[in-house]
Design a protein around this ligand. Structure first.
Ligand code: HEC
Length: 107
């Protein structure tokens, strides 16, 4: 491998790593995976063990789909049914981002 090729490969590796890190931090995906996925499932379908045990509705359920973003944020901030309130655990921004990520599954 020539020096030039080696440097290019190193530059690409750095770009890929930097891209992954900033993506995880800038989206609600990281928050969702850490705090919500165990009940709502990887794709919002509530197909995890805890989701099934708590009878969480999948994101594709008509009752969930008709909720506005504001209603969902309210449900997460103040709790809903068996779901605890997150207002003391997550910032408003984290809740909004995690709900935004959850809403990608309602489509
Ligand atoms: C311990 C399990 C659990 C965790 C963790 C959890 N939820 Fe829930 N969530 C529920 C339950 C139970 C309900 C209400 C019942 C239902 O969905 O039918 C609910 C309701 C909701 C609703 C209202 C729509 C609906 O399905 O009724 C939204 C939106 C929501 N959760 C988002 C989140 C987000 C975002 C997080 C992470 C910050 C989160 N949840 C974490 C169990 C959980």
């Amino acid at each position: 491998m020539s020096n030039l090729t080696r440097n290019s490969v190193a530059a690409i590796v750095v770009m890929v790593l930097a891209g992954t890190v900033s993506f995880a931090q800038s989206s609600g995906e990281a928050t969702y995976k850490a705090k919500c996925q165990m009940c709502h499932g990887e794709k919002g379908l509530a197909d995890s063990g805890a989701g099934k045990a708590m009878k969480v509705k999948p994101a594709t359920d008509p009752d969930v789909k008709k909720m506005s973003e504001a209603q969902m944020i309210d449900a997460v901030r103040n709790g809903s049914g068996k779901m605890q309130a997150y207002k003391d655990k997550l910032s408003d921004e984290q809740i909004k981002d995690a709900v935004g990520y959850f809403r990608t599954f309602t489509k």
